[in-house]
Design a protein around this ligand. Sequence first.
Ligand SMILES: Cc1cc2nc3c(=O)[nH]c(=O)nc-3n(C[C@H](O)[C@H](O)[C@H](O)COP(=O)(O)OP(=O)(O)OC[C@H]3O[C@@H](n4cnc5c(N)ncnc54)[C@H](O)[C@@H]3O)c2cc1C
Length: 412
Amino acid sequence: MTSLTIIGGGWAGLSAAAHAVQAGWRVRLLEAAPHTGGRARRVMHQGLALDNGQHILIGAYHDTLALMRRVGVNPDTCLLRLPLNLKTPDGSGVRLPDLPAPFNVIAGIAGASGWGWSDKWAFIRRAIRWQQQQFVCPPDLTVADLCAGLPPAVMALLIEPLCVSALNMTATQASGQVFLRVLQDALLDGDGSSDMLIPRVDQSSLLPDAAVQWLKQHGAEVVTGHRVENLLPHLTSPVLLACPSWEAARLTQSLYPAWSAKAAGLQHTSIATVYLHANADLRWPAPVMALHSNAQAPAQFAFDKGRLSQDPSLQGVLALVVSACEADRDSISTAVLQQAREQLALPQASLLFTVLEKRAAFACTPALVRPSMRIDSRLLACGDYVAGPYPSTLEGAVKSGIQAVTLLQAMP
Ligand SMILES: Cc1cc2nc3c(=O)[nH]c(=O)nc-3n(C[C@H](O)[C@H](O)[C@H](O)COP(=O)(O)OP(=O)(O)OC[C@H]3O[C@@H](n4cnc5c(N)ncnc54)[C@H](O)[C@@H]3O)c2cc1C
């Protein structure tokens, strides 16, 4: 049995560890923090089990769902499955009905409110063209370039919200090619691929806690609170770097300067999750709502945690998400509180807690060259930022963990 050291216990490291254990490796996973889960983990605040950031998964996250099942988490009970819903509280926007693909998309666009018939027809023609081009475009296009000529209503009520929630950047900044790949997977990867899967439990209960237990039961060693400072002593056997890009860059700086420079060169974008207390009965049509967002009202989505969770302490708790946010924590909290009071008609809402994750996602810009998975014959990297077709997502992280172990096995 060959030993494998995995540095980092986020979703990529846990995925790699589970895959490696099943492939017969003796796994040692080293995690710097006192807990696993990385950017997608539980955060306790005044006895409430909240998250480091409110997440949404989608039906196309096949590898993530399979990993959850493998470690004993039932996605059917831990996630609420809803058809894609980008409708705002005033009823404008797109909601896909519960129909097989692509009829759900056609019916959803036909029924979009706030769009005229010419808007709907313009989007359908463009979507057919993207499909004919097999969802591939020149790598240097932004999402705005790709969508040039689409009517403002389509941009405001569909493209912008999808782009900012999937790529954590605005359409003028984000990669058109990666956006097309996300659209392809979400819309055409089989029935249910576009469904939103909203966690009913905290992010650590969704995978990391069960994964650690499963790994230990299967003979792996999981060490938390162990920050790897120097790579060299670990290189006596194969090593998988599953830490974020900036840490991978630090660890490889002297040994592999070219790879390290590429990892260090990645830019990052922030996400804030503002937790509020509603101080009122919420009577929303669904436990998640899209919001009209702008600089003064920056949140794009609101989640009714009380309705999603079975935990009585979360009754009346809301999570409002500000993707691609640029302001500081206090300004975001104040603006989001005001937005909830006005847009969600919650004049009594009060602030609980704000988590601002400054390096939530790598900046998925056009023609970005991401660091390769292979660094050397005994050193690989996995994580959401490693070369691949996806933006920073749980599925990207989980997939890269699987691919890294597969690549390691194929090496002489
Ligand atoms: C607020 C927020 C909201 C998000 N929303 C969504 C969403 O809705 N849907 C979605 O799909 N994705 C979302 N994401 C992105 C998703 O969380 C990430 O893509 C994913 O968690 C990345 O996992 P990872 O394992 O690649 O990296 P990380 O989660 O960063 O894990 C790396 C791990 O390495 C550890 N580490 C670092 N240095 C060392 C060292 N020297 N030694 C040992 N260990 C080390 C860290 O402590 C960490 O646990 C969101 C992210 C954030 C922050």
